[in-house]
Ligand binder design. Structure first.
Ligand code: HEM
Length: 152
């Protein structure tokens, strides 16, 4: 695959990952603040249905990133590879929480356990948004650097 295409897919996956996590966060927060169980259930169902977007975006970021990086020993690339591991672990926790919160709200009750899991989801969501944001920033710095290296 052409480098240009790889970068395009890499950027689309970045946008999808950031948009899904921040939308999940905003909708969950709005529903919690309203405190309406029906709204909470609807939001949790919507998030579960949108989850495949995140499940596709995460590995896409890792695969395209590794293809772009090849055998680079650039410290920024190594930093991104390391950060990606945390993004993946964090992402797996987030996915588990999404499924748990859906299950709890639809088949159990919205109780303290639900609230604790919801707070954990907020924390992991913010954590992953930060890590993804940092990787996007490093990526942009890297692109400029690679471009200027190509031009010299
Ligand atoms: C959360 C994960 C990641 C995000 C959000 C992310 C985001 C980005 C962004 C926004 C760019 C700039 C693209 C442009 O030119 O417009 C970029 C470039 C790049 N990323 Fe990532 N990235 C991630 C993971 C990775 C990983 C795991 C690697 C592998 C080491 C990687 C390697 C690269 C490389 C080498 C470039 C420069 C591409 C070029 O312009 O030639 N990225 N990344």
């Amino acid at each position: 695959m052409k480098r240009k295409t790889l970068v395009k897919i890499h950027v689309i996956a970045t946008i999808v990952a950031m948009l899904t996590i921040s939308t999940f966060f905003a909708l969950s927060l709005a529903a919690e603040l309203r405190g309406d169980p029906d709204l909470i259930k609807t939001v949790k169902r919507g998030i579960l249905y949108a989850l495949p977007l995140l499940i596709i975006a995460m590995p896409t970021l890792a695969i395209t990133g590794n293809q772009l990086a090849r055998n680079s020993k650039n410290p920024k690339v190594i930093e991104k590879k390391l950060r990606m591991k945390f993004v993946m672990i964090n992402g797996i926790v987030l996915i588990s929480l999404v499924v748990f919160l859906y299950y709890q709200s639809h088949f159990k009750v919205i109780n303290t356990t639900f609230l604790i899991a919801q707070i954990a989801e907020f924390i992991f969501g913010l954590g992953n948004l930060t890590l993804i944001g940092l990787s996007a920033r490093t990526g942009l710095m890297l692109s400029d650097k690679l471009r200027s290296e190509k031009n010299t």
